[in-house]
Design a binder for this molecule. Structure first.
Ligand code: AMP
Length: 617
């Protein structure tokens, strides 16, 4: 157990800038449905999306796992959909870095998950009899083929990339994305948030631009996030982000399927019907009615029906917008622009709802599929040495801290802090002779760690036995530009040191995040009371221990009556602690101070006397 000694010192150190590096760099939007790759033309400084095939810039985020034979991705995997749909893995992004519980809850949604299991490496999918592929591996197959494609299209090897992730991705999901990139042979320059990339693409990095607050509304195939970004004189700052890692156009497709088939059991439906639902939805962006037949069944859908089916999903995105505004501490009329990102924002109904909510005309000038990749390309070029005149700040989605005495959460990095950053704080021990200290790292908004999410735990050992309060333990949290958290703890007197890079096995779901925020709000009063109670009891316990020690070490001269009185007083404090009677405890603590004062003063006098004698010898 460690104890917050009150000598808190926080150093927030936001780093920025770029290093010159040779070679070519690209931006990759690793999407749920499609991925895109873009680069900045070294001559013109204009962004350019690298074509994939047949005049399309979209690289389908698909992996075909045949029983025998070559694994295929992208357009090649798409052609396998017709004959072997259940062997084509789609929406891999939804599986990256997710927790076992999330896996269980989405298992029935994807036909290919019939041959899957959850291990320490996360979700694994069976390809052939003896070959299982992790979600990181599956993504790496896509990223590896993208790398080959870029080299072919540009006629030269390209090794460096900036890869984007939804703003709501936690450390585990970011880390899984980075690993997938590295496994594919990329030098991953940085993992950046998709909304931030979108702002870059819209040219808000212009040094002469006036300050404005921009909302980036990103609704793709499988993820949703909304961010409030402030940009001023070429500096981006994400004020807040909110979203749902399990919400997107796929959900609308499933609602359409459900409407057609009238059943909630999606696993029974074929991939062909899923594709038809998607086609219906997309075509209704241009027309009023859809009709097609499949296996001799005619399926029809009107634009109005689609809007009704989409409404519950879009309602959720609007709730998120409200939350993001509140988190940023802004009102509707503080927002100057709204940028639309992601294929699903092509739906006229989505544009209408977003425009109505923000009372602004939405900005969809740049192709919503390409905007993120173009922004990532700009960032890649800048990190690679092309001076484009802007820097990037992103934020942490939830607070990060450690457990302190009594099971309290001590936050080192508050929610919505700009990254990269580092924060440090000094702690000390609570008991005499403690030679090791346990550090437990948590993420969440509650005052008591039992309600937050444990990310890691480690021990700093080898501390020489010292009286309580003497060791000085520096705990440092460092979040790099990719959002990965390194926790370092060092006892400054002995040099004993330990560190951990947090890569939580279990990822956060949006549901859990929302639950956290909601619970923190609901229990704010009770949490505050619990914190006050626990802190007071901890303080009283330390006081009792110190008083008992004072009596023990000075028993040769303290008058027995005085000693007995103080011992009884300690007992009264202990029973007040047990009954958690705080008022009584705090007045007993004040009394204890009064009662002990003559003794502590005498101890001081004797110490001074001893020192004077020492020097006079
Ligand atoms: P993304 O993840 O950004 O690639 O977005 C893919 C999602 O956008 C899928 O759910 C598509 O069905 C959807 N989408 C693409 N084009 C349209 C369109 N014209 N109308 C409605 N949805 C679309």
């Amino acid at each position: 157990m460690i104890y917050f000694c009150g000598l808190a010192k926080i150093n927030i150190d936001i780093k920025s800038g770029s290093l010159f590096q040779a070679g070519l760099a690209v931006g990759i939007d690793l999407g749920t449905t499609n991925s895109l790759i873009a680069w900045v033309d070294p001559q013109t400084h204009a962004t350019e999306v690298i074509p994939v095939s047949n005049g399309s810039n979209l690289f389908p985020s698909l992996v075909y796992l045949p029983e025998n034979g070559e694994i295929l991705t992208g357009p090649a995997a798409q052609t396998a959909l017709d004959q072997a749909g259940d062997r084509v893995v789609y929406s891999v992004k939804r599986l990256l870095g997710i927790a076992a519980t999330d896996y269980e809850s989405i298992r029935s949604r994807y036909p290919y998950l019939a041959r899957s299991r959850y291990t320490r490496e996360g979700v694994m999918i069976q390809g052939s009899e003896d070959r299982w592929h992790s979600a990181v591996e599956l993504s790496s197959y896509i990223l590896s083929d993208i790398k080959k494609l870029a080299a072919t299209q540009k006629g030269t090897a390209i090794t460096k990339a900036v890869i984007t992730v939804p703003a709501y991705f936690d450390e585990s999901q970011r880390s899984a994305t980075k690993q997938a990139g590295e496994r594919a042979g990329w030098e991953v320059l940085r993992i950046i948030n998709e909304p931030t990339a979108a702002c870059l693409a819209y040219g808000y990095g212009d040094l002469s631009s006036v300050a404005r607050n921009i909302v980036v509304f990103d609704l793709g195939g499988g993820t949703f996030d909304v961010s409030v970004v402030r940009v001023e004189a070429g500096v981006f700052e994400v004020l807040s982000t909110h979203g749902d890692t399990q919400l997107g156009g796929d959900d609308i497709d499933r609602s359409v399927m459900q409407h057609w088939v009238g059943s909630a059991d999606h696993s029974a439906h074929s991939s062909a019907l899923r594709l038809l639902a998607k086609k219906a939805k997309e075509s209704l962006s241009e027309s009023e009615e859809f009709s097609a037949s499949l296996e001799a069944v005619n399926y029809r859908l009107t634009k109005t029906e689609l809007e009704q089916l989409a409404a519950p999903w879009i309602d959720r995105t609007i709730d998120s917008c409200q939350q993001a505004l509140a988190d940023a501490g802004l009102r509707l009329n503080d927002i100057q622009d709204v940028i639309l990102v992601g294929g699903s924002t092509r739906m006229p109904y989505v544009k209408k709802r977003v425009a109505e909510f923000f009372q602004l005309e939405v900005n969809d000038r740049i192709n919503p599929d390409e905007v993120v990749a173009r922004g990532a390309a700009l960032q890649a070029a800048q990190l690679n040495g092309t001076e484009l005149g802007h820097l990037l700040l992103d934020v942490t989605p939830l607070s990060l801290g450690i457990e302190t005495a009594g099971g309290l959460m001590d936050v080192l990095i508050p929610r919505n802090s700009k990254i990269p950053l580092s924060a440090s704080r000094q702690y000390t021990t609570q008991r005499d002779g403690q030679t090791s200290i346990q550090i437990s790292v948590y993420q969440g908004e509650r005052d008591l760690i039992e309600f937050n999410r444990k990310l890691a735990s480690f021990q700093v050992s080898g501390i020489p036995a010292m009286p309580a309060g003497l060791p000085k333990l520096n705990v440092r949290f460092q979040i790099d530009a990719n959002g990965l958290l390194r926790v370092e703890a060092q006892e400054t007197r002995s040099g004993a040191r330990q560190e951990v890079v947090v890569n939580p096995a279990e990822a956060l779901t949006n549901h859990l995040v929302e639950q956290q925020l909601q619970d923190a709000f609901t229990h704010a009063e009770a949490d505050k009371e619990a914190r006050t109670r626990i802190s007071l009891i901890e303080e009283a316990q330390t006081m009792v221990r110190n008083l008992q020690k004072l009596l023990r070490t000075n028993q040769d001269w303290i008058a027995p009556k005085e000693a007995e009185e103080l011992t009884t007083h300690c007992q009264r404090m202990e029973s007040a602690m047990q009954q958690a009677s705080l008022e009584q405890l705090s007045s007993l603590m004040k009394e204890a101070e009064e009662k002990a004062r003559p003794i502590t003063e005498e101890v001081m006098n004797r110490a001074v006397g001893d020192r004077l004698r020492d020097t006079s010898i």
